[in-house]
Design a protein around this ligand. Structure first.
Ligand code: NAD
Length: 379
């Protein structure tokens, strides 16, 4: 049975999701052992953009379901961030610890190149920049590259700045001012993003509750607080949700807004970088019922995406940081619409993105004969 036949064993829901996509490419290279799927969800706003994940999926169905879900998510993420890209994603089926070879990533690069500029990709879970240095030998459509290769480098810098803008916009709605000072924030996860957010909050005059399984990160931010001012209280993983803070800032992992945690929350807002914070959409409704404002994660954490997208204009740090400010204005618009329509903020965010795509579809495009971006400067 070949890959496509196998994928056709999927459920009706997955087949329905396949039909929502513009193009799905099954990549099979027997020499290198590459088995991958590239899914292009929607290219209304520009060529599809999305990372390439490598996981030991148990079946082709599981990989297909993952890539379809993630590529659709990228369509919304790109629309929200107002970058000229659509949504796409790739998955490689294999164990990143054992199965990776340079030949596999060169073969992957050839498949990406065969799409003629309709898909740009880079690292995601299970893949690293070293892998894409091989892929880059076969295609110009690689993004998220190190500074030494002309890219933007550490994307957690704009991501953290985006969280700060998200917090400011949310404070404006909840407390009537976008000032970050004088409030207490609970930060879950002091990794690449959370640590930088913590530093900027301390600089702004805030106090923190922090939780991380990495002891060193906690000790380090407590040391930084001695220089920057502010109080940092360490709390356990269980105390994170019930802490007596003003805002909860999840920067570790997803699914943390669920039946169990919503009950415990005392905060007025949830604003953080973690992907897929709501366990399901119904938890957005539960937060609304509790009058807790939820800043849709895919709007708040778009700073890294804005940086990666900027590489194709010829990366410019100042431009990226300036563009990240759009997170502030987009969130305010989403909050306003949610209130006007009496819907959850995640529903308002989805509508906001769908409208952006609809508006673009209705624009005249007399001179656009190809999806290949006119501004792509990498040759
Ligand atoms: P990271 O791996 O550097 O940091 C995650 C931190 O969470 C680590 O310090 C880890 O020790 C901590 N952690 C793990 N389990 C924990 C637990 N049970 N309780 C408390 N802390 C725990 O990741 P990151 O790059 O900082 O990203 C954080 C989140 O933001 C992730 O969900 C990521 O997908 C999302 N995100 C990151 C970026 C980016 O640019 N890095 C962009 C968009 C979204």
């Amino acid at each position: 049975m070949n890959m496509i036949e196998q994928s056709l064993q999927t459920t009706d829901t997955v087949i329905e999701k396949m039909h929502e996509h513009e193009q799905i490419v099954f990549c099979n290279d027997t020499k290198s052992g590459l088995k991958a799927i590239i899914a292009l969800h929607n290219t209304t706003l520009g060529p599809a953009l999305g990372g390439c994940r490598m996981r030991p999926y148990r079946s082709m169905d599981e990989a297909l379901e993952d890539v379809l879900r993630l590529s659709k998510g990228m369509t919304y993420k790109c629309a929200a961030a107002d970058v000229d890209f659509g949504g796409g994603k790739a998955v490689i089926i294999g164990d990143p610890a054992k199965d990776k070879t340079p030949a596999m990533f060169r073969a992957f690069g050839q498949f990406v190149d065969s799409l003629g500029g309709r898909f740009y990709t880079g690292t995601d879970m299970g893949t690293s920049m070293d892998d894409f240095i091989h892929a880059q030998k076969e295609t110009n459509c690689i993004v998220g590259i190190p500074e030494a290769y002309g890219g933007g480098g550490d994307s957690s810098i704009p991501t953290a700045l985006g969280v700060i803008y998200g917090l400011k916009a949310t404070n404006k709605v909840v407390f009537g001012t976008d000032d970050l000072s004088g409030k207490t924030y609970t930060i879950q996860g002091l990794g690449k993003v959370g640590y930088k957010v913590a530093e900027q909050l301390l600089e702004a005059g805030a106090d923190l509750y922090v939780s991380d399984i990495n002891e060193e990160a906690v000790l380090s931010i407590q040391e930084r607080a001695k220089q920057l001012g502010g109080i940092v209280r360490r709390i356990s993983g269980d105390e994170v949700y019930s802490a007596n803070a003003d805002v909860f800032v999840p920067c570790a992992f997803g699914g943390i807004i669920n039946d169990e945690t919503i009950e415990q929350l005392k905060v007025k807002a949830v604003v953080g970088s973690a992907n897929n914070q709501l366990l399901s959409e119904k938890h957005g409704e539960a937060l609304k019922q509790k009058e807790i404002i939820y800043a849709p994660d895919y709007i708040v954490n778009a700073g890294g995406l804005i940086q990666v997208a900027d590489e194709l204009y010829g990366y410019n740090k100042e431009r990226v940081l300036a563009k990240t400010y759009s997170i502030y204005t987009s969130l305010l618009e989403v909050y306003k619409q949610a209130e006007l329509d009496d819907i959850t903020t995640i529903q308002a965010a989805n509508r906001f993105c769908e409208k952006r795509m609809e508006d673009r579809k209705n624009q005249n495009s007399f001179f656009t004969h190809t999806k290949r971006p006119k501004w792509a400067i990498r040759k």
